[in-house]
Design a protein around this ligand. Sequence first.
Ligand SMILES: [Zn+2]
Length: 272
Amino acid sequence: MATVVFFHAHPDDEALSTGGTMALMAEAGHRVILVVATRGEEGEPVEGILKDGEKLEDRRSLETEQSGKILGVSRVEFLGYRDSGMIDSSTTAHPECFWQADESAAVSRLTNILKDEKVDLIVVYDPNGGYGHPDHIQVHRVGTKWAEENGVRLRWVTLNRDAIRRVVEEAIKANIEAGQELDSDLAKREERSSDESFGMAESDITHAIDVVSVLDQKRQAVATHASQIASDSFFVTLGNEEYSRAFGKEWYVDPNFPRGTEELLRTDLLLN
Ligand SMILES: [Zn+2]
């Protein structure tokens, strides 16, 4: 059995982006470890959700523990940095935020957390952090350095830009066929999925993990992050069929073993 580390930036990233893969690996008997760089201090809490005097980061830490339980995670750890917030905000200058972290000091913290583990594989984000969030980019840098220093195999979780565009284009087509005016949200999503800094092209992706069999667990883990994801959000209310079309696959890249042009997407994250 393998030990796999999922290194994430904020509480809820684990459930939204890799929750299905984590649940599948735990179900198969692997040791799944979650390390989260920050406690999500800069998140926007759902209105009225925090008790008097309750700090958002404390609530989000509890939500992460709970999400980990649902997904079958063996260990949940925090790296101890502060959420950097969005790239154009002043919070990225906070001395304790992850974006300001000294890279080798952050690598040492990770080494310390994992010193008694025999890690086979670590999952980080792609070089642009999926969509450019500074803490996600930093997870990529720190996790990659740690993997190199420790001779551990690496995977990047990413967004499949082409798959997202196909879903959006289908929705636009249905929109037009129904004689409706084009949904502005769809137009925005189409534009985003054509942007080369958003996720990665399908041809660069090596692994597609089908998580439909554990979709309930993934949905429950996402819903546990109730301070961020309102109970009327589409992540919670979407029908099962639509949900599995949108979130039934999780996409990864093995940067050291690119996929050949004739090769199919690999379906087991541990396979090179
Ligand atoms: Zn995040």
